[in-house]
Design a binder for this molecule. Structure first.
Ligand code: P1T
Length: 510
């Protein structure tokens, strides 16, 4: 194995500069700041030089006095800001002889976009590329990665970064096992902030003639914010640098680190449960915490009101910008960075039903059908068959066969639902992922499924909207005093149609 020195040693620097953030003294690649070149030698040369676009409607609606400009990183060829660092890390590793075309295998733990950037470079340059990403990340990212020829390894979302099952640890383990593997390691590679110090920040400064009062940037590896901030502080020392960090992450308040603060959130790409080396907190003046609801609604507004086809973390950054920019006066300039593209989320926050299912948006009203506002009753749903999470996949298959049930609900010792077993998912695991029937039931458990809680009085309209995006809805009953959610039934389109047709006949007196 040959591994990038960034990963294994403290000496993570290019050309012998040993201080991670001594960016001024590192070798620079600053592109000519124009778009006039008629022909590009390959798609990688198109990375960067993204437009800075003035926002016209949202700042005005929000009563913001200053000008807000969007740095449109979603227009990069791979669809995100992370194309910049992926290409830069590859160029640097090639120059140092760590990556050898036709021989080295690139392996990277990522939330997907760095993976897409690396897979893009690997496709053009002819490397084998293996991307390790948590289950949380969208299928759209996975399909893009596959189309670029990358191999995919998924890891459990709930695994802490230090767990052996996390994407970071799995990538490290694979790099030891696969000959000629290289982990470029965005968390510990100075080319991550350097790409933004040389590229993103230079472009912002050039666009605004070095007059920037505030920059607002979402924090993941923190390479973007740290690299941009280092350059901007040199040239524009009065500029306020604002970091945006989701609730559930510890980047904004590591000193108050508390395990229970690390929680699930939907927005992809920002927030961590550890401090990456590519974070320099000393150049960040202020932090804003964001939640999914505000972030994703803001992404939808950026698309709908400004025509910017961006992703979820763009909404987080914009929501953070609106909070922070209230302190700026008319004539001042605030830049907000929009990291990725709508493409990554077509079946996620771009879908109204997906937003409604998570209470990020109100369920639409539909006055054309009489049953829309009716409550779910037990005549509507079919009974479910449950199995213990201690069962084996073979026992689950036997139960499916014996009961002819469409699915099984999987419960823990308290009878609370932990997932669903379906023939479709089992077949996919065995056929597509080389799974084995001798693995644990956990590997065959569908954890992303839609459920409604009878205690919250779901309506038939709500069920109908869910059935637009899932073949079945599980009905649970929660106990007021505990976290226990007992599965009591399931509803398919068939159930809803039969129930409403019967009721219609009844209402018509037939
Ligand atoms: O990593 P950083 O420079 O802090 O950028 C944060 C970020 C914001 N928004 C989106 C959509 C992102 O994908 C990211 C970072 N992404 C990765 C770390 C990754 O592996 O793709």
């Amino acid at each position: 194995m040959s591994t990038s020195s960034h990963m294994e040693t403290e000496n993570g620097s290019t050309n012998g500069v040993t201080n991670f953030f001594d960016l001024q003294r590192m070798p620079h690649i600053v592109e000519a700041l124009d778009r006039n070149q008629k022909i590009q030698p390959d798609i990688l040369h198109v990375i960067g030089n993204t437009p800075l676009v003035k926002l016209t409607r949202i700042p005005k609606d929000e009563g913001i006095l200053c000008d807000i400009y969007a740095k449109c990183e979603f227009l990069n060829p791979g669809g995100s800001v992370k194309d910049r660092i992926a290409y830069r890390m590859v160029l640097d590793a090639e120059q140092r002889g760590v990556l050898i075309p036709g021989k080295s295998v690139i392996i990277e733990p990522t939330s997907g976009n760095t993976g897409i950037g690396l897979a893009l470079a690997a496709a053009v340059k002819g490397y084998r590329c293996i991307i390790v990403l948590p289950e949380k990340m969208s299928d759209e990212k996975v399909n893009t990665l596959k189309a670029l020829g990358a191999e995919i390894v998924r890891t459990p979302t709930e695994a802490a970064s230090s767990d052996p099952d996390s994407n970071i640890m799995v990538a490290r383990r694979m790099a030891k096992e696969i000959p000629n593997a290289v982990v470029l390691d965005q968390y510990n590679n100075p080319c991550n902030p350097l790409a933004h110090y040389d590229g993103t920040a230079e472009e912002i400064l050039w666009s605004l003639d070095d007059e920037v009062d505030m920059v607002v940037i979402g924090a993941g590896t923190c390479g973007t914010i740290s690299g941009v901030a280092h350059k901007i502080k040199e040239r524009c020392p009065k500029c306020i640098v604002v970091g945006v960090d989701p609730y559930g992450s510890i980047l904004a308040q590591p000193e108050e680190l508390n395990k229970s603060d690390v929680q699930f959130y939907e927005v992809e790409g920002i927030g961590y449960d550890f401090l990456p080396r590519s974070l320099d907190r000393s150049v960040i003046d202020k932090w804003v915490k964001t939640d999914d609801h505000n972030s994703l609604q803001m992404s939808r507004r950026l698309i709908r009101e400004e025509g910017l086809l961006c992703g979820g973390s763009s909404g987080s950054a914009m929501w953070g910008a609106i909070q922070a920019a209230r302190s700026l006066k008319a004539g001042q300039k605030c830049v907000v960075l929009l990291p990725d593209n709508i493409r990554n989320y077509m079946t996620k926050f771009i879908s109204d039903q997906w937003m409604e299912a998570r209470n990020f948006k109100k369920v639409i009203r539909n006055d054309k059908v009489w049953w829309w506002e009716h409550l779910v009753t037990d005549e509507l749903f079919q009974a479910v068959v449950s199995i213990s999470n201690k069962s084996t996949p073979l026992e689950a298959l036997d139960k499916l066969k014996e009961t002819r049930a469409p699915l099984l609900t999987i419960v823990n010792d308290s009878g609370s639902i932990v997932g669903v077993f379906t023939a479709d998912n089992a077949r996919q695991r065995l056929a597509n992922l080389s799974g084995s029937i001798n693995e644990s039931l956990d590997k065959f458990t569908v954890k992303k499924f839609y459920k409604v809680d009878l205690m919250l009085k779901p309506t038939l309209g709500q069920i109908s909207r869910l059935l637009d995006i899932t073949p079945y809805v599980v009905v649970v009953k929660s106990e007021a005093t505990s976290q226990i959610r007992k599965p009591v039934g399931m509803i398919t389109s068939n159930d809803l149609l039969i129930y409403t047709a019967a009721e219609t006949k009844h209402l018509n007196g037939k």
